[in-house]
Design a protein around this ligand. Structure first.
Ligand code: NAD
Length: 251
């Protein structure tokens, strides 16, 4: 039996990187999937390639900072597939630099996408999940939402820390309605987001020196954790933090 048989899932930032890995895995495991992203061409191409393999996947343009886009994406899941069971708040942007190099504009932009986007997605999804008599919300934070580092930008870490605690508030406010919420905390992963930093030997070596397993993670290694939390296998799991970081936060 596929692990997400009968589930309808909405994945933000699903056009590439970890979100795309989750979209592929969810579809393989029997879910009907709505991919939401601002990357129209990539998102459409992914949805078409999965549809060609016999899966039920649609793309919609979703800017996670827009309440209207979120409503449209949730409405699409319900009109196309009949309901919404799973939301993966995956969309995110990174930023680099120390506090004194950080502009107020960059702070606002990162917080808008990474933190406010998770709030808006959750707010839009809850009524549909209530109608479906429960659901699972998986919020992609980071290992940098748990620990600080001297090489991390303040707005990125702060946004991911916000996601971690917002997840717990969601879990507590909706536990009685069978809507679960958990956060996932990946360490450095091979995706387009980390491409530039992985290509710089100094940064790459510094990052790898902080990962006890001595390597970057792969998108699928995170997607399998997200799959577990999305599925009914995790039916008693809410408010938890799943760390997938090669040991970074164990130190
Ligand atoms: P990525 O850049 O490869 O993919 C992110 C996706 O989010 C892209 O498709 C992008 O278009 C989309 N996106 C960005 N802004 C958006 C917006 N306003 N509305 C909708 N979509 C938007 O990055 P990734 O590495 O796959 O990251 C996925 C998530 O994992 C992010 O939240 C990121 O912060 C987090 N994360 C990444 C790493 C890592 O090392 N790659 C580690 C920990 C956490």
């Amino acid at each position: 039996m596929p692990r997400l048989a009968g589930k309808v899932a909405l994945i933000s930032g699903g056009a590439r990187g970890m979100g795309a890995a989750e979209a592929r895995l969810f579809a393989q495991e029997g879910a009907q999937v709505v991919i939401g992203d601002i990357l129209d061409a990539e998102g459409r191409a992914l949805a078409e390639s999965l549809t060609a393999k016999g899966h039920e996947v649609v793309f919609t343009r979703l800017d996670v900072t827009s309440e209207r886009d979120w409503q449209h994406a949730v409405d699409l899941a319900v009109s196309r597939f009949g309901k919404l069971n799973v939301l993966v708040n995956n969309a995110g942007i990174s930023a680099h630099g120390r506090i004194e190099d950080t502009t107020a504009e960059s702070w606002d932009q990162v917080m808008a996408v990474n933190a406010k986007g998770v709030f808006l997605g959750t707010k839009a999804a809850i009524p549909a999940m209530r109608r479906a008599r429960g659901g699972s919300i998986v919020n992609i934070s980071s290992q940098l939402g748990i620990v600080g580092t001297d090489i991390t930008s303040p707005q990125y870490s702060s946004s991911k820390g916000a996601v971690r605690l917002f997840t717990k508030v969601t879990a507590l406010q909706y536990a009685k309605e069978g809507i679960r919420a958990n956060s996932v905390h990946p360490g450095p992963i091979v995706t387009p987001m980390t491409e530039r930093r992985r290509a710089d030997p100094a940064i790459r070596d510094l990052q790898i020196s902080r990962i006890p397993m001595g390597r970057y993670g792969e998108a699928d290694e995170v997607a399998y954790g997200v799959l577990y939390l999305a599925s009914d296998e995790a039916s008693f799991v809410t408010g938890s933090e799943l760390v997938i970081d090669g040991g970074w936060t164990a130190q």
